[in-house]
Design a protein. Structure first.
Length: 593
């Protein structure tokens, strides 16, 4: 609910969450950005939404409740129609022994909403306040098993699978079975935390696969006869040409599920058996996260923080497609985003929208390339520039010139590791002395699946397994292993794997972690839930600069960086595996050259 600024101020003082000086600064920022004080307070993490709602409930003398969606009987929930419940963000969660209907609302002060709902359920009602997020989670109970609904819709279509289907307006209308199928596929993908949806024609069926935590998984097979209507429906939603099947097309559309807005980037491609669709799911409700929560720690975190304080220079992020480069840059820009700096970006495509940042989309047909866009940005008085990707020498040269002329420049490159990035710039025609003087740090990264903390299994490896791990991570001397042990102790001290014992001693491995392959509950997939990054952050020290000037190889640069204290990507992954964050197998899967 929207709480007036004056009441927010009182709540902060009553709870001692902020001093008068801090509140004054927050009010100035709210006034400057023309946003409610409530939003600024939550954004700055002075208090979270739950604490603020509880404080307001106490102030307004309205009982606070934290709903458990699993404990809400369906017959009670359905006494309020779904449309009305979603319109007013209200959930009927219990009928007491005395017959009183217990209603949770995000905004109990909405008298019109209360009166309207009481016409449905009667006036014998007790009203509670709950957080918006908690209400939205409970509202999902109106939907049953999405996969079951999908199968029911598909079964209807399978009855006519043998018949040759011609596409007409009724097939792709808003209320058609095909439209239902698309909506359910997307809803199920979002509930499964998929990053991509692949709809792929095969000889006798249409395969639907989701990429969950970086791994593709088949979720359904549709009859081949629905392919044309299915593709056409998605094209209409994405504003693509439905009669153009010979060339690739790109589009975008938005949907709202459970109160959160998602943007879907759509790509169509002609293949042997028809037309393939791939959709990237971007959660536009996502907030930027800290570097620590992305997986940075130790030396990597120190180098990154130092690079972000530089007034000018280049910070480059490298890795293959899907390694989280955009997420890293999104978080970095959000950290630097204040009213006192002008941040401008040139991207292809604009994936994450950042309030207060000037984001520009490339358009090759109109001549808006990275290079041309960057030239235009430099005339817009920027402090910080983000180039979505350095693809050619011209863009690289403009980026370096921008860094030389007092701008802080961020960009990405497609190389295997951090050290390879510097010779790659040489290949693009950038002079060695320019690279040495402008590049501040280079980040190499990959994404690994995280172990589900409730079901991860700790075990004692055999001697053969221990030796295999030592070989795979090139730990060949007692001193090298002592270094690993010290790194694990530092990771624990910085809060990684709190509550579990060390997995190493100074002389060897004590225990390892593995996934429970049978765990597919609580959004887990084969014992894994979510992803984190493994990183290597190469600081451009004097020693590295000398190697760049001498046209050294990437192996020489890598060796020098490690000698100066850089933690390699594989070592970072090993430490995270030892601390129970992921597994050895995951680290090797994503980082093995």
């Amino acid at each position: 609910m929207r709480i007036p600024d004056a009441i927010i101020e009182k709540l902060l003082l009553r709870s001692s969450a902020a001093t008068e000086e801090q509140i004054k600064a927050l009010k100035e920022e709210a006034e400057h950005s023309r946003r409610p004080l409530q939003d600024i307070v939550i954004e700055k993490e002075v208090v979270n939404e739950k604490t603020l709602t509880q404080a307001f409930a106490d102030y307004a003398q309205i009982p606070y409740v934290e709903l458990n969606p699993q404990n809400i009987p369906s017959d009670v929930l359905n006494r309020i129609p779904e449309r009305i419940a979603r319109q007013y963000n209200a959930v009927l969660f219990k009928i007491g022994d005395d017959g009183v209907a217990q209603l949770a609302m995000e905004d109990p002060d909405d008298i019109q909403a209360v009166n309207f709902i009481q016409k449905e359920i009667g006036s014998n009602t007790r009203i509670y306040i709950a957080t918006s997020e908690n209400i939205l989670a409970a509202l999902e109970n109106y939907r049953g098993d999405v996969n079951q609904e999908l199968n029911e819709v598909i079964d209807v279509q399978r009855e006519d699978a043998l018949a040759e289907q011609t596409i007409n307006k009724q097939d792709i209308a808003e209320d058609s079975p095909i439209a239902q199928t698309v909506n359910l596929l997307l809803e199920y993908a979002i509930r499964s935390h998929a990053s991509d949806v692949h709809i792929e024609p095969r000889e006798e069926y249409v395969q639907v696969r989701y990429r969950i935590d970086g791994v593709l998984k088949e979720v359904n097979r549709l009859p081949k006869s629905v392919l044309g209507a299915l593709i056409s429906r998605i094209k209409i939603m994405s504003n693509l040409k439905i009669d153009e099947r010979r060339v690739p097309q790109d589009g975008r559309f938005k949907i709202k599920i459970a109160g959160r807005q998602y943007a879907l980037r759509v790509s169509s491609l002609p293949v042997a058996d028809g037309e393939k669709i791939a959709m990237r799911i971007l959660d536009e409700s996502d907030q930027a996260v800290t570097l620590e929560s992305l997986g940075y720690w130790g030396k990597s975190l120190e180098v990154m923080r130092l690079a972000l304080t530089e007034p000018n220079g280049m910070v480059l992020v490298t890795g293959p497609t899907g390694s989280g480069k955009s997420t890293s840059l999104f978080s970095v820009l959000s950290i630097l985003n204040t009213p006192t700096v002008n941040i401008s970006t040139i991207e292809d495509p604009v994936e994450y929208r950042i309030p207060g940042v000037n984001q520009t989309q490339t358009n090759e047909k109109a001549g808006m390339t990275f290079a041309n866009g960057l030239r235009a940005l430099l005339r817009q008085d920027p402090n910080i520039i983000m180039i979505g990707e350095i693809r050619d020498g011209e863009t690289a040269d403009l980026g370096v010139q921008a860094a030389l002329t007092g701008h802080l420049v961020f960009s990405t490159l497609h190389t295997n590791n951090a050290a390879t990035c510097l010779p790659r710039l040489l290949d693009m025609g950038i002079e060695p002395f320019l690279i040495a003087s402008t590049v501040r740090a280079v980040v190499g990264q990959r994404l690994v699946r995280c172990l589900h903390k409730d079901t991860r299994q700790n075990y004692t490896p055999t001697e053969e397994e221990k030796q295999a791990v030592m070989r795979m991570f090139n730990i060949t001397t007692p001193q090298a292993f002592k270094t690993i042990h010290e790194l694990e102790k530092r990771a624990l001290a910085e809060g990684m794997g709190t509550g579990i014992p060390l997995s190493t001693s100074e002389t060897g491995i004590i225990s390892l972690w593995r996934a429970d392959n049978d765990d597919n509950n609580d959004d887990a997939h084969n014992g894994y839930k979510g992803r984190t990054g493994i990183y290597e952050v190469l600081a451009n020290t004097v020693g590295i600069q000398k190697l760049i000037m001498a046209n050294a190889t990437s192996n020489q640069i890598q060796a020098q960086a490690i000698a100066e204290g850089m933690i390699s990507m594989q070592t970072d992954g090993l430490i995270k595996a030892l601390r129970g964050e992921t597994t050895i197998e995951e680290v090797l899967r994503v980082s093995k050259d």
